[in-house]
Design a protein around this ligand. Structure first.
Ligand code: NCD
Length: 306
């Protein structure tokens, strides 16, 4: 039985297969409509979510399965003091696969140890968000036709942004990648990613503060929200929250074939006047999130569709 805790749990070949299945699902959805008849997905969300929870649920429903779960810790027995391991033992009796989001780093990993069904990490604190990375990779691959030979700018909260940590780790496996890390001093990428992942793999990178300086050389710009919920005090958040605002004017500095991605939700970091630019890919990206999660559910349940 397989779980998905970190995007590196999948080999490059498995990732390629998932992306192929996701592209096929987009073209031929009816072929997959009964692939998971009789199967159940549980979503255990101890932290807020719109896209991640609902796209996992939509994915299972699109495959003919059904869903159960909770969307906040306060409506689960966590409020009575139940441990994640005991909750997981319970859910193993009720569902065939589960997706868990938790504010504590490592909680889905603990759950997986006590689980008899596949567990998907749907985001653990400021640590990892592997299904968002699968979504990001599918989006880049579908739009650019490749995952190698690219300069990728990551902008915003690189310190607490779990989607950034997972995406960087995954991209280090492709040739010709260069990272431009765009953040204020206070929100720089943690050294366990900068040193142990980027430098360890000899990937070229730059750290810059100004978005305008970076824009002209980028093939992909990955914008992120300042992660308010991970700050220790409100004042520090307020100082950072509007540090970057991408707008139509700034986008003039970018290449014509650069794409703007964002895991969403956006707050102010992308102005709405960017939404109708052909380079704005963040709404397509959330649609791809459903296809790749459908492919992932099939993979983890070991279901093959001819
Ligand atoms: C991201 C997350 O939860 O880490 N959202 C998502 O899952 N699409 C990004 C964020 O909340 O900023």
């Amino acid at each position: 039985m397989r779980h998905l805790m970190n995007p590196m749990d999948l080999s490059i070949e498995e990732l390629d297969d998932l992306m192929k299945v996701a592209n096929d699902i987009e073209k031929n959805p009816s072929k997959y409509a009964h692939a998971c008849d009789g199967k159940k997905l549980a979503t255990l969300f101890y932290e807020p979510s719109t896209r991640t929870r609902l796209s996992h649920e939509a994915a299972m429903l699109n495959l003919g399965g059904s869903v159960l779960g909770f969307s906040e810790a306060s409506s689960s027995s966590a409020t009575k003091g139940e441990s994640v391991s005991d909750t997981m033992r319970t859910i193993s009796c009720y569902a065939d696969i589960c997706a868990m989001r938790h504010p504590k780093e490592g909680a889905p990993m603990v759950a997986s140890i006590h689980s008899s069904i596949p567990v998907i990490n749907a985001g653990d604190g400021g640590h990892q968000h592997p299904t968002q990375t699968l979504t990001d990779l599918l989006t880049i691959h579908t739009l650019k036709g490749r995952l190698d030979n690219m300069t990728i700018g990551l902008c915003g909260d690189l310190k607490f942004g779990r989607t950034v940590h997972s995406l960087i780790q995954s991209l280090t496996r492709y040739h010709g990648i260069k990272f431009v890390l765009i953040s204020p001093e206070e929100l720089r990428l943690p050294s366990y990613i900068r040193k142990d992942v980027i430098e360890e793999n000899n990937i070229p990178y730059e750290e810059v503060i100004t978005l305008e300086d970076a824009l002209p050389e980028l093939d992909i710009l990955y914008m992120t929200r300042v992660q308010k919920e991970r700050f220790f005090n409100e004042d520090d958040y307020l100082k950072m929250k509007d540090f970057y605002v991408l707008n139509k004017e700034k986008l003039k500095l970018a290449k014509d074939d650069m794409y703007v991605l964002h895991p969403l939700p956006r707050v102010n970091e992308i102005s709405v006047d960017v939404d109708d630019d052909p380079r704005a890919a963040y709404f397509k990206q959330m649609q791809y999130g459903v296809y790749i999660r459908m492919a992932l559910i099939l993979f983890l349940l070991d279901i093959h569709v001819e």
